[in-house]
Design a protein around this ligand. Structure first.
Ligand code: RP5
Length: 164
């Protein structure tokens, strides 16, 4: 199976990024985690991206806050799918990171999830890998079914309480 690269702009992003790592672990998807910055280590970030396909990665998740150019800078250097997580790490509550991540020019896409949406970033990465992996596809549909059942159970309890 292809690996998922999880890149964050600073180790201060880890508390959010850990939720993506947790999902990858839950689904048994191989991954690597790195701290690389579009601004502080631009050469290393570009180098990693340029070699990512050859190194066995299938998807890259890039998390950054403030003027969050990391996902875009990575996408500029690879044709692998890149998923951006805007991190809420500034006085602007993550809106700065959201716009910096999502507003890519035509030709260089970044699939951007919600501010701090690390879990969805991992799920999207897993869904991309599941296109060519039946076992992963089955795990995803099982997980969706379990989530639905849990909501239906909660609905039953609420209905019993209020709709006598
Ligand atoms: C961004 O700046 C990082 O992704 C982080 O969200 C934010 C703050 O970084 P630190 O100053 O905490 O290292 O590049």
């Amino acid at each position: 199976m292809k690996k998922v690269a999880v890149i964050m702009g600073s180790d201060s992003d880890l508390p959010v990024v850990e939720k993506a790592i947790g999902k990858l672990v839950e689904f048994g998807v191989p991954y690597e985690v790195h701290v690389l910055s579009a601004h502080r280590t631009p050469a290393e970030a570009a180098e990693f991206s340029k070699n990512s396909r050859e190194k066995g990665f299938g998807v890259i998740i890039a998390a950054a806050g403030k003027a969050a150019h990391l996902a875009g800078a990575i996408a500029a250097n690879t044709t692998l799918p890149v998923i951006g997580i805007p991190i809420k790490s500034s006085t602007l509550d993550g809106l700065d990171a959201l716009l910096s991540t999502v507003q890519m020019p035509s030709g260089i896409p970044v699939a951007t999830v919600a501010i701090d949406g690390a879990e969805n970033a991992a799920l999207l990465a897993i869904q991309i890998l599941s296109v060519s992996d039946e076992t992963l596809a089955k795990k995803l549909s099982d997980s969706r079914r379990a989530a639905s059942e849990s909501v239906l159970e909660k609905n039953k309890a609420i209905e019993a309480k209020f709709n006598a």
